[in-house]
Write a protein that binds this ligand. Structure first.
Ligand code: AMP
Ligand code: ZN
Length: 451
């Protein structure tokens, strides 16, 4: 639920959020999963915004998580708590050295692991309060979707564009219409692609060697004897071996419904994961065959997402300006290769395919800072305390959740014990347009959003 700022402006909101200087510096914090990330982005307001990362640091806990075969929430939490203070102090010292003054603090508000999110939020709130700066809570998936706009010296590609977000917790095909409008074209019926790949890496007992499990699997399955172009072709490419493995291919995009061929847009990965586990249980495979199996599993998963992207393009009313592939799994070169050749075969070879550099594909704080910058230009800001939103549908980007609403009411009750809150709950404002319309009526008030 969105409330106007009147009477609710926090002390952090004393300065206008709208950037008015020559340059604008945003500090971002990201702790939604296991990586503790901090970044400072400086945008040149006079020269087409040219975003520049002036500080960036990341602390990982991969080695500690490896024994659990995945991310353990407690290990992740402890790692955030251990690293946050140092990362913040280092960032502030670096900014001082570079004589950069901050204008805005931003932090991931959700979705993600609640306790982990809270560590980032507390640090960000402390900073905003100490420095008397505005703060903005950011949606993690919105940030992945906006990442390509910070790559090309300014906010490009232009809307609309399509994004395939493939991460440890999500598999989303989006049509991004504006900074705040990201229509979901397809999402997963069961587990996320990254989760599936991590489970396959665990079943195949792939050593992580300090890499994320998916990255470790990619390296492990590669045939280093082949040329770079062929390297990602899995060992088990023959139909015979494929048949032998009998990998269950996930949901196809084209299905027969009542005798009519139609598009089915959901992703599904749990069947793929189970068939790999089953094969490993019933077959006695050599190390080389296991590597082949890993390659086949990746191939199935990546062809599945490619098929859905092509179906999404077929269904779309307008041609997107670009296709962006982002999220941790987008680091995989084999996925990029399968996507490129799939698009070309389907007649979309001229579509601009944007794959952010590897460090901006997986979780990072630069994307949080950039999203906060883009939102601040639309005059959005958050009020404190920011409550973490572990589950936060991207379609509810501008909608406050019920728990948050209740907490605010309690807060207000405590502050004004003799003035019970009466009347209906404030109306939800769902679109940027509505938010901007509301803003127009009272131009001096920053819009306050429960972001
Ligand atoms: P994110 O949630 O966006 O940080 O992405 C993390 C997920 O990406 C985890 O499931 C990783 O195992 C996976 N991942 C990272 N690098 C790769 C890669 N090269 N290939 C496949 N999956 C990867
Ligand atoms: Zn992510």
């Amino acid at each position: 639920m969105l409330r106007r700022a009147i009477g609710l402006l926090t002390r952090n909101m004393t300065s206008p959020v709208v950037p008015q200087k020559r340059s604008f510096a945003v500090l971002g914090i990201e702790t939604s999963c296991d990586d503790t990330c901090i970044s400072v982005l400086q945008c040149d307001l006079e020269n087409g915004l040219k975003p520049r990362v002036v500080h960036s640091a990341i602390a990982r806990s991969l080695d500690e998580n490896e024994q659990y075969g995945g991310i353990h929430p407690i290990i992740a939490l402890k790692s955030h708590e251990r690293h946050m203070g140092t990362l913040v102090n280092d960032a502030l010292a670096d900014l001082k050295r570079q004589e950069i003054e901050l204008d805005l603090i931003s932090v991931t508000k959700g979705p993600g692991m609640k306790a982990s999110l809270q560590v980032g939020i507390s640090a960000a709130e402390q900073l905003a309060s100490d420095m008397n700066l505005p703060i903005l809570g950011v949606h993690h998936m919105q940030a992945h979707a906006l990442t390509p706009r910070l790559l090309r010296d300014g906010p490009l590609p232009d809307f609309p564009y399509m994004s395939l977000l493939v991460s440890g917790g999500h598999t989303l095909l989006l049509s991004s219409q504006s900074i705040t409008e990201h229509e979901i074209i397809a999402s997963t019926l069961d587990i996320a692609i990254g989760d599936c790949i991590d489970k396959i890496a665990k079943d195949l007992k792939v050593p992580w060697h300090g890499l994320m499990p998916g990255a470790a699997l990619e390296v492990w399955c590669k045939d280093e004897d082949l040329s770079t172009a062929e390297r990602y072709v899995p060992i088990a490419t023959t139909a015979e071996l494929r048949k032998k493995f009998n990998i269950k291919v996930p949901l196809h995009a084209k299905v027969n419904v009542d005798g009519v061929r139609s598009d089915r847009m959901e992703f599904s990965f749990s069947g793929l994961g189970s068939s790999i586990s089953r094969i490993l249980k019933v077959m006695d495979l050599t190390e080389n065959e296991k590597r082949g199996l890993g390659g086949e599993a990746m191939k199935s998963a990546f062809e599945h997402v490619t098929e859905k992207v092509i179906a999404g393009l077929r269904l779309g009313k307008t041609r997107p300006n670009a296709l962006v592939i982002s999220g941790g799994v987008a680091r995989n070169s084999y996925l990029r290769q399968i996507m490129r050749s799939g698009l070309t075969k389907a007649g979309h070879g001229s579509l601009d395919l944007i794959c952010p550099p590897l460090d901006l594909c997986s979780d990072n704080a630069t994307m949080i800072a950039w999203t906060a910058f883009e939102m601040s230009r639309l005059k959005y800001a958050s009020r404190t305390p920011i409550l973490p939103r572990p589950k936060w549908p991207l379609t509810d980007l501008l909608v406050e959740d019920e728990a948050e609403f209740q907490a605010t009411m309690l807060l207000r009750d405590k502050k004004q014990p003799h003035l019970p809150i009466k009347g209906p709950k404030p109306k939800r404002i769902k679109t940027t347009q509505e938010a901007e319309d509301a803003q127009l009526q009272e131009p001096n008030q920053p819009i306050e959003l429960a972001l």
